[in-house]
Design a protein around this ligand. Structure first.
Ligand SMILES: Cc1cc2nc3c(=O)[nH]c(=O)nc-3n(C[C@H](O)[C@H](O)[C@H](O)COP(=O)(O)O)c2cc1C
Length: 199
């Protein structure tokens, strides 16, 4: 059975060879990313996900501050490889920073004490869903991306550089750009170990 959603889920892959040859305009990409986050579901429709979209020099700035944050932490002889990897993320057209607003989580905990323990968990689910929505939407627009996690090492520098509200916690970074390389091999585990169907 053909299905458009499955087609685009299949099209979405981790692209590490990014470039600047993206056909879509910056404005179109902003609309796409924003709409994907907007349409992503969240617990109690709390809309706890936040996104900061960095283009061009702003994106470069993010990868530079990541380098600066990692330099003291990575052994000197391994830093060249780290630097090369970070440069490949900066080679795209932009980077999306995904946050969750902890004020929303706290507000829900106060409003619905019965579920208090669940709201932080559901917030993590929500950011993952928002990330997937953006990633697949970009893939459908023939824009490559990958998912990175340099938080919490970069949190303070990010907050200072882009004046991020204190209640926003950084959860992931998504560098994006044109697809300049093949996708890596991907294997799938056996369905029989993964699924159980009862009918
Ligand atoms: C929750 C989550 C965390 C991930 N973290 C990273 C990461 O920190 N760095 C990275 O390069 N890829 C990361 N990935 C990408 C996965 O390695 C990748 O999606 C997986 O190997 C399948 O490959 P595909 O994206 O090409 O389908 C992450 C993916 C998920 C869903």
């Amino acid at each position: 059975m053909s299905n458009k959603a499955i087609e685009v889920f299949t099209q979405r892959r981790s692209q590490y060879a990014l470039g600047k040859n993206v056909e879509a305009s910056q404005e179109a990409l902003i609309q796409l990313i924003q709409e994907a986050v907007r349409q992503a579901p969240s617990s109690f429709n709390s809309q706890s996900s936040r996104a900061v979209i960095l283009f061009g020099e702003q994106s470069d700035k993010f990868w530079q501050l990541t380098k600066d944050a990692l330099r003291p932490l990575v052994p000197a002889d391994a830093f060249g490889a780290t630097e090369g990897k970070l440069d490949s993320f900066a080679a795209g057209v932009g980077t999306i920073l995904f946050f969750e607003d902890q004020n929303v989580v706290k507000g829900l905990q106060e409003q619905f004490p019965l579920y208090a323990d669940n709201f932080p968990v559901w917030s993590e689910h929500s950011t993952g869903i928002a990330q997937f929505a953006v990633w697949t939407a970009l893939a459908e627009a023939n824009v490559g991306a990958s998912l990175q996690h340099y938080n919490p090492v970069v949190d303070q520098a990010v907050a200072e550089t882009w004046n991020i509200p204190e209640s926003w916690t950084l959860r992931a970074q998504m560098p994006f750009g044109s697809n300049e390389g093949e996708f890596g091999e991907k294997s799938f585990m056996d369905d029989s170990e993964r699924f159980r169907v009862f009918s």
